[in-house]
Design a protein around this ligand. Structure first.
Ligand SMILES: N[C@@H](CCC(=O)N[C@@H](CS)C(=O)NCC(=O)O)C(=O)O
Length: 216
């Protein structure tokens, strides 16, 4: 039986592939695991049935038989552990790939999300203009460090891994700001990942949901 994930019925990103079910779809596509999707509205995410799966009333969730998971990082890790293709066999290389997953989620994503949330919910606040340069500096600091580490390599540590999948998923959230253009090796890194057939399939599947919901 295929696992079932949840995704937005109507994604606020209007089909740009930024909602976090995209990471899970991408991982499933990379390992060749078919999956089902249950679409949920914002109201449904806060109802008891969904809260039983996800204590914070969010997407994505993942159900496979008796197992129910939430948190995109935990779900992608679970997929990567159970299928070949997203984590190296060598124990040390595997540990380093997992380290990059954590780095993406706990070191790079927080400043990225903090800045983008400010642009969404704080624009009319008196502190918005003075605060923005600080939020942008925090993102640039991480991007500079990441850019230095990546150098001219294709991927963060050897072959493409779940660490790259997660890092690129986070970097894609910077898309509309355009800051990645300041770091040509990071732009190329993201473009390389986006060109992967598994990424394209996941993106197209998420986009199809948006088009169906908007009648397009
Ligand atoms: N840390 C969580 C974040 C999940 C999250 O923020 N999901 C968003 C969609 S990308 C959501 O459901 N937002 C609606 C809400 O919080 O009400 C993860 O990585 O899965």
């Amino acid at each position: 039986m295929s696992p079932t994930i949840t995704a937005f019925k109507a994604s606020p990103d209007r089909g740009k592939g930024l909602a976090r079910d995209m990471r899970v779809r991408w991982a499933l596509e990379e390992v060749g695991q078919p999956y089902d999707v249950r679409l949920v509205s914002f109201a449904q995410m806060k109802e008891p049935a969904h809260l039983a799966l996800h204590p914070f009333g969010q997407i994505p969730t993942y159900e496979d038989g008796d197992l129910a998971l939430f948190e995109s990082g935990a779900i992608v890790f679970h997929i990567a552990e159970r299928h070949a293709g997203l984590l190296p066999d060598d124990p040390n290389a595997r540990a380093r790939a997992i380290t990059w997953m954590f780095a993406a989620l706990s070191t790079v994503e927080p400043p990225v999300v903090e800045r983008s949330m400010a642009t969404i919910v704080e624009r009319d606040k008196p502190w918005y203009e003075p605060r923005m340069p600080m939020l942008e500096d925090r993102v640039r600091a991480r991007l500079g460090e990441l850019s230095s580490r990546l150098g001219d390599a294709d991927w963060l540590d050897g072959a493409f891994s779940a660490g790259d999948l997660m890092m690129v998923s986070v970097l894609l959230r910077l898309g509309s700001w355009g800051v990645l253009d300041e770091y040509p090796n990071l732009s190329a890194y993201v473009a390389r990942a986006e060109a992967r057939p598994a990424y394209r399939r996941a993106f197209d599947a998420q986009l199809a949901v948006f088009k169906a919901a908007s009648g397009g």
